[in-house]
Design a protein around this ligand. Sequence first.
Ligand code: CP
Length: 305
Amino acid sequence: MTTFKHLISAEDLSSEAIYQLIEQALKFKHQEVKLNLKQEVLVSNLFFENSTRTHRSFEVAETRLGLKVIQFEAATSSTQKGESLYDTVLTMDALGCEILVIRHPQEAFYQPLIQAETLNCSIINGGDGTGQHPTQTLLDVVTIFEEYQTFTGLKIAIAGDIKSSRVARSNAMLLKRMGAELIFCAPDVWYDPFYDAYGKQAKIDDILQDIDVLMLLRVQHERHEDASGFSTQNYHEHYGLTLDRYQKLKPSAIVMHPAPVNRDVEIASSCVEAPQSRIVAQMRNGVYMRMAILEVILKTRGALK
Ligand code: CP
């Protein structure tokens, strides 16, 4: 049985662990699965960057598992008085929080936290700068698995602002490990040689009819040094999923996007909830996959009867 105290990077997970998480997430989705906690478990979600899906789906997952969620709002916390992340975590740990889900703009913010011998709590990476977003890629893989029951040989295109995207980085690592063939479609300025090791580059119009999954990414202006030359219309026409491109996909292909979506930029508004879109399914699956991740950590910590 898979065990881990922290979940930091998609790279840390074996294929076996990923399949176990998928199986458990689908159990949580389709059956009533109750956890037997030895005693009350306190958890907190420390978000230092904005979030709707990751923050609230963790909160739903924690509530469904019967965990006690201790509220934390960065904007009204002592972070505003200059308290460091380490000292905030030290405090939440001292208050008895056993699991902290953290999103922070600093890449690899978790390193000093998981190395600290004095901290007892488990850390889940809810997104670190442009580094990793492991829980997003895990909810993505369960969504793909539901569709195809395999990853081997699937042609998956990851398209858009891949340079800024922790979702793309995590998915590249994990999907290649699972046997998928990856294709990256990005404007030259948003390509990153990091992806050379994971797949090939192509233009979206050259691969549309051939792929099984089109994973679109949000244009992340907040991570661009200069967004002044950007035209939403131009981007949509050249790189986005227009209705015309959607109609060229194989009937069996699915469209994904981690969201939030910039409608009519990376995806035509009419495609967001189109029959081949799995964007809403991804959001739903986020709760079940996060329940599965929390369960592994609770087991590892000996918190279950
Ligand atoms: N996909 C994702 O991470 O969304 P949020 O930023 O809303 O959490």
